[in-house]
Design a protein around this ligand. Structure first.
Ligand SMILES: Cc1cc2nc3c(=O)[nH]c(=O)nc-3n(C[C@H](O)[C@H](O)[C@H](O)COP(=O)(O)OP(=O)(O)OC[C@H]3O[C@@H](n4cnc5c(N)ncnc54)[C@H](O)[C@@H]3O)c2cc1C
Length: 675
């Protein structure tokens, strides 16, 4: 029953009234994220399939090759439809391409409703993992290219199109389909009939009121630390404005890092629950919400943020109403962080809105007048306006349809986030992962080894009696290793999942390290007894020359890598490891714990396989210790390299000599016998 209701709700909120077969994919939605658009896209094609509107050989046109359009296109093709994608830019995901400063995480905006258990959306395809927007685009690009190569139901996409239009029904022709016309470079006007048209055109380009502003996804210079203090004004209190406000207040700002530092401990969980309750109790009461956030003091989050404040910016926020900062429509996460920054006096507020046109004064600063202050002028070095799109993309490209959707758009606007069924997954998982998925794996890809993943400590780095990097830090700071082992055992015994106990353990260690004043400069001494394993570089070169992808999947510490293999980023394609953080003076401030140690190491292998399109059977894991043994028997091959734990001797191949080149015979001569 739920499924039927949800299917009709999805179709009802996406079909253009009076235009049977034409759907608008999420363009009126709120709380829009890459992930929620993927879910909407899968929901739409699944719903169409379930009510028999989309089946084998249905002709589908998808307009827009952002994440929503691509997901709808692949989803529809996997359900049997023939799909044509039309895109006005010269490539897919053009909005986020090249964005190395913005970071995407599929679930970050769900906090505090969900803890951040996973870095991936967990989708049947395009299952990217959290990273910079640029890297996420690269992940999607690879999978899209593979899909195009292997799935003949997706016709070659047409880029750089203009004037895409839907022709009105011609009453003289019986059921001709929906005629789409467009202009194509070098070909001129084209027109084809389709059964279904999905308009996935997004939200439109932002206004550039300064004449020199970077779009939200374009790299700007906000993350750069300046020598002199810059006065900065952020205009806009939506998520874009609040994100830039945080970026200007916090050093090396990234949502996921901040959230990972506080979200999963018991105190923060109870704050999270309180926030959810308050948001629900005060829905539609911006004044009460605003009062609540202004009074909300969370000392441990303030302490954390306080240690990360930038010293090179003087930040002001402005907008039409102070109430909108906390009582508006932005995410709970952003409002929460911004409220704690307010208590730290990291930013100040000036009531706007700002007046146009803008000008620059004789010092080349922005001279901004604030309407609420009767046009009083203040000057700023940096001005960022996040006022939303100039004209919504749907209105710009398809004015008739925009007009026909006026009532529909109102219904979207009135929809509270928790009642928006379009973003709740329909039960489609198996629908997209059936026979087609198996057919999509090319035979040529099963066989040769495509990925070799290495443990770090004891495998790539060695020393006498060396097992692991953490004990070296503990003992350097004067803590007995027995204390480390005892605390770690306690945490392991208390929690259910790896991520729960491991992160808690790392955080506890971090607190002890901070207490003793650990510094980045200490690591030269801490790692002084370590050497890079013999034959490491030759082995890596050999594997690279054969086109094998390389990974480090380690429960060790990134600073060890920086010290001993400083060029590791150019040697390895993927590195999963605990990341130590230091402030500008080099004092240790915390650890971003890896999610891929112990029983989760195999998860990292699977993640890489998904990204690269390899089968797990084409992977080899090389490790030595007890935290590597879980990989054995999971579907790939394993090498125990000078094993230090009994469990590792169950690996497919054992190397006793401490020379990494000894793994090569196993990798490239299947007949080799155990060394
Ligand atoms: C300020 C801001 C901050 C954001 N922060 C985040 C964040 O932190 N995390 C997150 O997940 N999401 C974030 N988002 C949302 C994210 O940008 C969207 O979720 C995502 O881009 C939506 O994908 P889409 O495919 O629906 O639209 P788009 O990515 O906009 O893709 C639409 C495509 O349609 C094409 N197109 C448009 N009109 C036509 C036409 N007439 N003919 C042909 N092609 C056309 C466009 O060129 C484009 O390629 C943010 C958005 C903004 C504005």
């Amino acid at each position: 029953m739920f499924e039927e209701e949800a299917i009709s709700a999805v179709l009802d909120l996406m079909e253009v009234p009076s235009r049977s077969g034409v759907y608008v994919l999420g363009c009126f939605g709120r709380y829009i994220t890459v992930y929620s658009q993927q879910v909407r896209a899968l929901n739409l094609v699944y719903a169409l399939n379930q009510c028999s509107k989309l089946k084998t050989d249905t002709r589908v046109c998808v307009v827009g090759a952002g994440i929503a359009g691509l997901t709808a296109a692949v989803g529809a093709a996997r359900l049997g439809a023939t799909v044509q994608v039309l895109e006005k830019r010269p490539r897919v995901m053009g909005l986020q391409k090249g964005s190395t400063q913005r970071f995407l995480h599929p679930h970050i905006y769900d906090w505090p409703a969900f803890e951040l258990e996973s870095d991936s959306p967990g989708l049947p395809f395009f299952d990217w993992s959290a990273s910079t927007a640029e890297d996420v685009v690269n992940q999607i690009d690879k999978e899209w290219a593979k899909e195009l190569e292997l799935n003949p139901r997706i016709l070659p996409p047409i880029f750089s199109v203009s004037d895409v239009a839907l022709e009105n029904d011609d009453p003289g022709i019986s059921d001709p389909g929906i005629r789409i016309t467009w202009n194509e470079p070098n070909k001129g006007t084209q027109g084809i009939d389709f059964d279904i048209v999905i308009l996935a055109v997004g939200f439109g380009s932002e206004m550039d009121v300064t004449g020199a502003q970077h779009g939200y996804w374009e790299d700007d210079r906000l993350v750069k630390v300046h020598e002199s203090v810059k006065s900065c004004l952020v205009s806009g209190t939506g998520d874009g404005g609040l994100t830039d406000l945080m970026q200007l207040c916090i050093r090396d700002f990234r949502h996921d890092r901040i959230v990972n530092m506080f979200a999963n401990d018991a105190r923060s969980r109870s704050i999270g629950l309180e926030l959810l309750q308050v948001e629900s109790d005060y829905r539609g009461q911006p004044r009460k919400l605003s009062d609540y956030y202004q009074k909300l003091h969370v000392p441990h989050v303030q302490e954390l943020l306080g240690s990360m404040l930038r010293k090179d910016t003087d930040v002001t926020l402005t907008g039409g109403s102070f109430l909108k900062i906390y009582g508006g429509k932005s995410s709970i996460l952003n409002r929460f962080i911004v409220s704690q920054l307010m208590h730290l006096k990291a930013w100040k507020w000036v009531l706007g809105p700002i007046q146009f046109p803008l000008s620059r004064n004789s010092q080349n600063k922005f001279a901004v007048r604030f309407r609420a202050k009767d046009g009083i002028e203040k000057s700023f070095d940096i001005l960022i306006t996040r006022h939303g799109p100039e004209t919504p993309a749907l209105q710009f490209g398809f004015p008739d349809i925009w007009h026909e959707c006026e009532d529909l758009a109102k219904r979207w606007r009135a929809l509270p986030q928790n009642l928006d069924l379009t973003r709740k997954r329909l039960p489609w998982k198996d629908a997209f992962e059936t026979v087609d998925d198996i057919e999509l794996t090319p035979a040529s890809k099963v066989g040769p080894i495509r990925l070799v993943a290495f443990d770090l400590d004891g495998t790539l780095l060695r020393a006498n009696n060396y097992k692991w990097s953490w004990p070296l830090v503990w003992t350097f700071l004067g803590y007995p290793d027995s204390l480390r082992a005892r605390i770690m055992a306690q945490y392991r015994a208390q929690r259910y999942t790896h991520n729960q106990w491991y992160k808690a353990w790392c955080d506890r260690s971090a607190r002890l390290f901070k207490k003793k004043g650990l510094k980045r400069s200490h690591f030269a001494e801490i790692t002084s007894s370590l050497m890079v394993t013999d034959g490491m570089r030759e082995t890596i070169q050999e594997l690279k020359a054969r086109g094998v992808k390389l990974a480090i999947i380690s429960g060790g510490i990134d600073v060890f890598l920086e010290e001993k293999i400083p060029d590791y980023k150019s040697l390895f394609d993927y590195v999963y490891i605990n990341q130590f953080r230091f402030d500008d003076e080099g004092a240790f401030i915390g650890v971003l714990s890896t999610k891929y140690d112990f029983e989760e190491k195999w998860t990292a292998v699977e993640l890489i396989c998904k990204t690269e399109g390899f089968s797990p059977a084409q992977t080899v894991f090389v490790g030595d210790g007890f935290n590597d043994a879980d990989v054995i028997g999971k579907g790939g091959r394993t090498i125990a390299f000078t094993p230090t734990s009994a469990e590792m001797t169950n690996a497919d191949f054992i190397v006793h000599e401490a020379d990494l080149r000894k793994i090569l015979p196993f990798l490239f001569q299947e007949s080799a016998s155990n060394g």
